[in-house]
Design a protein around this ligand. Structure first.
Ligand code: CO
Length: 335
């Protein structure tokens, strides 16, 4: 009998793509659609360009639950794929897109018999609209919110984004920060380097921005915030950041304390694919700040969800249970 597992990081897309082009006009977008090949596979399209090969578990809740059964996962949280955020669209459009996808996410999870729960998305380019949608979506049944790690040039220490995070704390809405819109442009346009190299750095930059930009100092400790992919490059490079903080005053930004002071302020998921990396996470953040996150059902996700944590050597039973399900239950207030 496998110990229960809660997966807090997975993605969905609605079976019927909303037609945002029809609503907002041909010059809007590009919007995401799925081309269903009819054999259990499909292609996620961004505008008229292929974005990512996908399979039915992305849009079919029955196929998703079958995957959970096969992996021994009890409950899984689903959220948008970051290309669905529409952060660069006009704010009113993004607000409509967010509420449409959030309702479709709730429909997707409603068909799962309690096995799936939804995180909402918000139009983060407009903090007032973002706060309004957060409140609405949480009341409608979402268990938290997923945001990108930046909105254009605005990082997580941006005053408006901090105001949104404060609103999340007020509403007891947990936040999952997902890297997206990766830097590097043409230089990283080979070998999926945007995903394997830039994405972990985006996440690291998100955490560093919150620390050095003074966001953690300004936000209440009650904010529950989790960074995807094990915090990206952050845990491995914490020593470098810490050294710079102590040795160069220009490396301190607005933070009141050295970076290591803030390690108890955030959680990470377990999507690091390597037991040495998971060991570092446990040593750095503590098993009580790590939750299983698979990035399913995408090709760069953990195919056998939770396996890394289940098979990690040298963990106490309590630490393993914490990472497999206990932390997620508390963080997301799951029944
Ligand atoms: Co993901």
């Amino acid at each position: 009998m496998l110990e229960p597992c809660i997966d807090i990081h997975s993605h969905f897309f609605p079976a019927r793509s909303p037609d945002f082009s029809a609503r907002f006009g041909a010059g809007s977008g590009p919007w995401v659609t799925i081309t269903d090949h009819g054999d259990g596979t499909g292609m996620m399209m961004l505008g008229d360009k292929p974005f990512r090969p996908v399979h039915a578990a992305l849009w079919d809740p029955n196929a998703r639950v079958a995957e959970l059964d096969a992996a021994g996962v009890g409950v899984q949280l689903v959220c948008a794929t970051p290309v669905m955020f529409a952060y660069s669209a006009p704010a009113a459009q993004a607000a409509y897109v967010a509420s449409t996808y959030n309702e479709l996410a709730l429909e997707f999870v409603a068909a799962s018999g309690g096995r799936l729960r939804a995180l909402c998305q918000v139009p983060l380019q407009d903090v007032d609209l973002a706060c309004r949608e957060l409140t609405r979506a949480m009341r409608a049944g979402c268990v938290g919110v997923q945001i990108g790690n930046h909105v254009g040039a605005r990082e997580l220490d941006d005053p408006d984004i901090v105001r949104f995070l404060a609103h999340c704390a007020d509403e007891a809405a947990p936040v999952l920060v997902h890297p997206w819109d990766m830097f590097g442009g043409e230089r990283l346009a080979r070998w999926m380097a945007a995903w394997t190299v830039a994405m972990p750095a985006e996440t690291q930059w998100g955490i560093v921005s919150m620390i050095l930009g003074g966001a953690f100092d300004r936000l209440p400790e009650s904010l529950r915030i989790c960074f995807a992919h094990g915090g990206g490059s952050f845990p491995y490079l914490l020593g470098r950041l810490e050294n710079a903080w102590h040795r160069r005053d220009i490396a301190r930004g607005m933070s009141r304390h050295p970076p290591s002071h803030y390690l108890r302020r955030f959680h990470v998921d377990s999507a690091v694919f390597d037991r040495r990396a998971l060991r570092l996470l446990v040593d750095t953040l503590g098993a009580d700040h790590i939750m299983v996150g698979s990035d399913a059902p995408f090709p760069l996700g953990e195919a056998d969800i939770g396996r890394l944590v289940r098979e990690q050597p040298d963990l106490s039973a309590a630490a393993r249970s914490a990472m497999l399900h206990h932390n997620a239950k508390i963080f997301f207030r799951l029944e």
